[in-house]
Design a protein around this ligand. Structure first.
Ligand code: ADP
Ligand code: MG
Length: 387
């Protein structure tokens, strides 16, 4: 990321300076935090993300010569220039693989998309488990959908963005991040069924209830995470096979006590217990929100953290320290969010306690010799849009 010495020009002006003509429009797509339902998306289960106010913003113009030019205000380096008809999956294009992958996925699905000039800038922290990558993909997909008049619905754009990340960049992620960025609504949390991608916007007005949801970015990313996702995914698939279901989503929570002894492998048993119980925690959180008991979701979040720590084993000392310190300092509940092994945790708290909790967590990090975490409120914000 560049250490800007002067304030960046507004995105339209920056585009014009860079490419010598004006953009056709400007689009934005947010990062996200997931309230509950972790590692459930690829098990065709349930998740509940909300969009952050932090967005990737793209100024874009169509080109009719098949050339794709990509530039990020946040990355040192020249404009990346590619020919759309020779985009190659897994060609290690660095950051440019995310937007280029979207062009590839659209074209590979048979949509008529030619070239484009793209200039991006993002306020989504990268590598913090807040889905800066999905924001980049979704903003590109939405801009091309408009400029090439494809008329694709949000869920289709999210699926194509996921395909870009899976097949073009080479990251085996589920569909939650792209759906969150594409389909979240301000003041709501998105109840997403990852089987059929049906969504329900659930009102989530924390400020109105005197509450806040803090994001604590630990600013660490442990290398262990690289192979762990694929390993957890394979373990979940093995569990589903052993239980005779297509996906773990098909194991009802009430049948978990009977299902677990049928799994010979201790690791697989732990993964299954996590996924089935986290799907159930999504149901519990929905029921509590529907009943107007927002404070009641706190303990469910903390329980979810214990499951991620002890059964899925994807937490790390920094994330546990956030959760333990927050809960010991008066938070209503807390959990790690996202892929794990670093990244961010969320803390549900009385708004009046936000400052003292931030101080407690920051002091605990200092005492443990960790770098200071970055703490900010997660205000449920709008999904992808044209500006
Ligand atoms: P996360 O999605 O959790 O932030 P990822 O590792 O999935 O983390 O994605 C981060 C990558 O996305 C960065 O390494 C970079 O390649 C790309 N990226 C994110 N934001 C930007 C940006 N503003 N400009 C260029 N590339 C970006
Ligand atoms: Mg990502």
């Amino acid at each position: 990321m560049s250490a800007a010495t002067k304030p960046a020009p507004p995105i339209r002006e920056a585009f014009t300076e860079l490419y010598g003509h004006r953009p056709a429009g400007v689009w934005a797509a947010p990062g996200r935090v997931n309230l509950i339902g972790e590692y459930t998306d690829f098990n065709e289960g349930f998740v509940m993300p909300l969009a952050l106010p932090h967005t990737a913003v793209a100024a874009v113009a169509r080109r009719d010569d098949g050339i794709l030019r990509l530039h990020s205000a946040d990355i040192e380096g020249p404009v990346v220039e590619l020919a759309v008809d020779s985009l190659t999956p897994l060609s290690d294009g660095g950051w440019a693989a995310y937007p280029a992958g979207v062009v590839w996925a659209l074209r590979d699905a048979g949509h008529t998309v030619g070239g484009a000039d793209v200039h991006l800038a993002s306020t989504v922290p990268t590598g913090a488990g807040l889905s800066s990558s999905a924001a980049l993909e979704v903003v590109t997909a939405l801009a091309l959908n408009d400029l090439y008049e494809l008329g694709l619905p949000r869920r289709e754009l999210a699926l194509l963005a996921q395909r870009a990340e899976n097949a073009f960049v080479g990251v085996p992620c589920g569909v939650m991040d792209q759906m969150a960025s594409a389909a979240c609504a301000a003041g709501h949390v998105l109840h997403l069924d990852c089987r059929d991608l049906s969504v329900r916007q659930v009102p989530f007005d924390l400020a109105g209830d005197g509450l806040t949801l803090l994001v604590v970015d630990t600013r660490v990313k442990h290398a262990l995470g690289d192979g762990a996702y694929a390993e957890r995914r394979a373990g979940c698939e093995a569990g589903a096979r052993a239980l005779g279901v297509s996906h773990l989503r098909d194991v009802p929570y009430a049948e978990l006590p009977a299902a677990l002894p049928r799994l010979a492998d201790d690791t697989v048993r732990r993964y299954v217990r996590h996924v089935v119980s986290d799907d159930h925690r999504v149901e519990r959180v929905i029921a509590l929100l529907d009943a107007g008991d927002v404070r009641g979701i706190g303990p469910v979040l903390t329980e979810g953290h214990a499951s991620l720590r002890d059964d899925l084993r994807i937490s790390c000392p920094e994330l546990d320290l956030v959760v333990d310190t927050a809960c010991a300092s008066g938070a209503l509940g807390a959990r790690m969010t996202g892929g794990g092994f670093g990244g961010s945790a969320i803390v549900l708290a009385e708004a009046a306690d936000a400052e003292s909790l931030t101080k407690s967590v920051t002091e605990a990090f200092a005492a443990a010799g960790h770098a200071a975490p970055r703490v900010f409120p997660a205000v449920a914000s709008a999904g992808a849009r044209r500006l």
